[in-house]
Ligand binder design. Structure first.
Ligand SMILES: *[C@@H]1O[C@H](CO)[C@@H](O)[C@H](O)[C@H]1NC(C)=O
Ligand SMILES: *[C@@H]1O[C@H](CO)[C@@H](O)[C@H](O)[C@H]1NC(C)=O
Ligand SMILES: *[C@@H]1O[C@H](CO)[C@@H](O)[C@H](O)[C@H]1NC(C)=O
Ligand SMILES: *[C@@H]1O[C@H](CO)[C@@H](O)[C@H](O)[C@H]1NC(C)=O
Ligand SMILES: *[C@@H]1O[C@H](CO)[C@@H](O)[C@H](O)[C@H]1NC(C)=O
Ligand SMILES: *[C@@H]1O[C@H](CO)[C@@H](O)[C@H](O)[C@H]1NC(C)=O
Length: 463
């Protein structure tokens, strides 16, 4: 061949390589969660995501307006089949085909859809869906194949609770009640289609549940000590690597040695309740900046069990979402406030050197609070909103509000605020162990100061 032909062949080959490696680029993604009633429009959001130079975006649905807005951008898109469509799609190729027509073919390739995620955390939820998960993934994949679409992978994001053992990483093992029924067929599918194992991995959750035994520095990628897994000899410098490798070892135990990992969600909350240790801007910025630096490093770092592997990573989350229930951290996972402004400086491309960031505000405390806590009416709440929350709290357990009955010790002073603070404290003290939170849709907050002001005995939580 002529020199010109050789040159053209090289260019063609390298562009082919670029195309085929597109789905494993190390560009960082963001999760576009939308559980908020005060978030910027999808239009403004996609503009923001472009300006942030995010390489990927992950949707929890397949919203058509958003998919349309993403067309013509160079953002790689992950779109989701909702959990409640899984059984239907598993049972009918026509249903899968229709889903693909409506939610992929209508937008692809102008919208660079690269992952179709079937469900979210399926194995943490409704057991009835489990048997349908892999069949639904197969049907979606069949449909994409029928349209000759090669660069969309079909995956399903799972959480760390699919493992029954994670530490040390070499002990990683899937829960026995899903191993044969779901994990084995899932891994066969992922291996056969060269797809990714999507894992949601939160060092924050592992550390905060066990902050006495795990050092914060280890969770924040700034460990001054290393941990060796004595069975393998692998040396770990951070908790995320340990979590990822426990998944890798669990897959190996079922015979799968090279299914690639992707991180569907990871991050760190920038604010939390008094009983939620370590949720602050300082730690959130440290975690996410170092995460980005690690995951975009060239050459790729991988993990101790998989050195050099590229791990597509999606940060949770783009925005603080004010309509998420539960503890305060739930509403503070965002990189951005609900008005679209950044909570802390962050360069999602990983190109900015960490040393160039301005100093962060000092963290108030990274030590777990020890002492008593109460749950009181939050400041500024409209009294008219309290009665239904009060009735709810008092209807949980037959003695929760006994002290508020006429003649009982907390009846006086007769005021909605007073009674509601009593009810919130009593409810929370009784049911916190079962997962109850002091929130009541924003009507309540935790306090270290006994709201009873000495009138009567308000139940408290002791940490
Ligand atoms: C599966 O096993 C885990 C413990 O490994 C347990 O917590 C969970 O409740 C079990 N789920 C079902 C549906 O049996
Ligand atoms: C922390 O470590 C101690 C001693 O190594 C152990 O007894 C304890 O169970 C650990 N706590 C948790 C929550 O794992
Ligand atoms: C921990 O391991 C890393 C990478 O292997 C190494 O660069 C570092 O010096 C080690 N640190 C300590 C305290 O052993
Ligand atoms: C995984 O797929 C490869 C082909 O890509 C195959 O050689 C290997 O046997 C598969 N692994 C298992 C455990 O089926
Ligand atoms: C209080 O109730 C009003 C009217 O129902 C509602 O618009 C407002 O959002 C409520 N506030 C809170 C904090 O629940
Ligand atoms: C009230 O709760 C106590 C335990 O807290 C239980 O023994 C009792 O049966 C309950 N009474 C009613 C009427 O449910």
């Amino acid at each position: 061949m002529s020199a010109m032909e050789a040159l053209l062949a090289t260019i063609l080959l390298s562009s082919l390589l670029l195309v085929s490696s597109a789905d494993i680029s190390s560009k960082i993604g963001v999760n576009y969660g939308r559980k908020g009633n005060n978030l910027p429009s999808p239009y403004r959001t996609i503009e923001t995501v472009r300006l942030m130079n995010a390489g990927r975006i992950k949707l929890y649905d397949s919203d058509h307006e958003i998919l349309k807005l993403l067309s013509g951008t160079n953002i790689h898109v992950s779109t989701t089949v909702p959990n409640n469509d899984i059984i239907r799609i598993a049972s009918s190729q026509a249903a899968a085909e229709q889903w693909v027509q409506n939610n992929v073919l209508n937008f692809y390739p102008d919208t660079m859809i690269r992952f179709v995620l079937v469900g979210n955390d399926v194995l943490s939820h409704d057991r009835r869906i489990w048997p349908s998960l892999v069949p639904a993934m197969r049907r979606i994949k069949n449909s994409l194949n029928a349209h000759d679409i090669k660069n969309i992978k079909v995956c399903t994001p799972l959480t760390m609770d699919v493992l029954q053992s994670t530490f040390p990483p070499s002990s990683g093992e899937f829960r026995s009640n899903i191993t044969d029924t779901v994990m084995a067929p899932l891994l066969r599918f992922l291996n056969g289609t060269k797809s990714f194992f999507f894992i949601n991995a939160y060092p924050y959750l592992a550390w905060s549940a066990n902050s006495r035994n795990i050092s914060l520095d280890f969770a924040l990628f700034r460990g001054r000590t290393n941990q060796t897994d004595h069975k393998t000899g692998l040396v770990y410098t951070n908790l995320l690597d340990q979590m990822l490798d426990s998944v890798i070892f669990a897959m190996r135990k079922l015979g799968y040695h090279d299914i690639r990992l992707a991180i569907g969600e990871t991050g760190w909350p920038s604010a939390g309740d008094i009983d939620q240790v370590g949720a602050n801007i300082n730690n959130a910025a440290t975690y996410n900046r170092k995460l980005i630096q690690k995951m975009t490093s060239k050459p790729p770092l991988g993990t101790p069990a998989r050195p050099g592997a590229v791990i597509p990573t999606f940060i949770f989350s783009l925005y603080d979402e004010n309509q998420k229930p539960g503890p305060t951290t739930q509403r503070h996972w965002g990189l951005l406030r609900s008005n679209g402004t950044p909570i802390y400086d962050i360069d999602i491309t990983g190109r900015r050197p960490l040393s160039s960031y301005k100093p962060l505000p000092a963290a108030r405390s990274n030590m777990p609070y020890r002492g008593k806590l109460w749950c009181e009416v939050a400041p500024g709440v409209d009294v008219a909103n309290l009665s239904s929350a009060l009735s709810y709290a008092c209807s949980q357990g037959n003695q929760t509000c006994a002290a508020l009955n006429p003649g009982q010790q907390c009846y006086e002073p007769v005021s909605m605020f007073w009674h509601a603070s009593y009810a919130f404290s009593s409810y929370w003290a009784k049911f916190r162990k079962q997962g109850a939170t002091c929130y009541f849709n924003g009507l309540a907050r935790q306090t270290r100061n006994n709201p009873s002001r000495g009138h009567c005995n308000f139940p408290s939580v002791t940490l």
